[in-house]
Design a protein around this ligand. Structure first.
Ligand code: 13P
Length: 253
């Protein structure tokens, strides 16, 4: 199957120039498994992308945290996919639950963004996930399937897509999904891809977990067969992000 382990660090709306430089120094000095074993992508706020890009080790990549859903133009405050391409930013995170919830981004809008970003050659970390209320009412799979469908019905090539399953109740709460909970949804998403897209896409698309991942819980989560890596928030700003990157070696044993 050959799904390379993927660890993303979503810095969200955090940092000063000094803090960002410090994080990059820590990353640059770290000894981590080789690029053959793990793909590492960090996602600074837009304004810090140039400084991070100029300092970051070449084996780590950069993701933007969002982009506009069409060609740029008269859209005050937005950043276009064209600009990311122009800056040499290879990845973009789209559909994060913080944007779905706080900025009312619909699944269709996210699907449009994913489609446009892919059409320009960007690689996409597409986020899906249920709220606590949705989980408690037993419709987790339905929610993530609807979110994934809005992407699936617009694209045909999945080779540049990573799906991030991020249960909203686990984000920034310290309440990480249990390995069994994560595995169940990841396996469900893979089955959905198998049934609705293709067996090949299901086997090759990486599905990563996000929500209160830290240096202590990452290994057990990484050991789950359908967990292909992580999208890390809070802990990606700290040295323990290195431990999370190292959890990639769990897959080799
Ligand atoms: P935390 O790791 O802080 O829970 O955030 C997860 C997340 O939203 C990553 O995109």
């Amino acid at each position: 199957m050959g799904r390379k382990f993927f660890v993303g660090g979503n810095w969200k709306c955090n940092g000063t120039t000094e803090e960002v430089k410090k994080i990059v120094t820590t990353l640059n000095e770290a000894e981590v498994p080789s690029e053959d074993v793990v793909e590492v992508v960090v996602s600074p706020p837009f304004v810090f992308i140039p400084v991070v890009k100029s300092l970051l080790r070449p084996d780590f990549q950069i993701a933007a945290q969002n982009c506009w859903f069409r060609k740029g133009g008269a859209f005050t405050g937005e950043i276009s996919a064209e600009m990311l391409v122009n800056l040499g930013v290879p990845w973009v995170i789209l559909g994060h639950s913080e944007r779905r919830q706080l900025l009312s981004e619909s699944s269709e809008f996210v699907g449009e963004k994913v489609t446009y970003a892919l059409s320009l050659g960007l690689k996409v970390i597409a986020c899906v996930g249920e709220t606590l209320e949705e989980r408690e009412s037993g419709c987790t799979m339905e929610v993530v399937a609807v979110q994934t469908k809005a992407i699936a019905e617009r694209i045909s090539d999945w080779s540049n897509v990573v799906i991030a399953y991020e249960p909203v109740w686990a984000i920034g709460t310290g309440k990480v999904a249990t390995p069994a909970q994560a595995q169940e949804v990841h396996a469900g998403l893979r089955k959905w891809l198998h049934d609705k897209v293709s067996a090949e896409v299901a086997a090759s698309t990486r599905i990563i977990y996000g929500g209160s991942v830290n240096g202590a819980n990452c290994k057990e989560l990484a050991g789950q067969p359908d967990v292909d890596g992580f999208l890390v928030g809070g802990a990606s700003l700290k040295p323990e992000f290195i431990d999370i990157i190292k959890s990639a070696t769990v897959k080799k044993n």
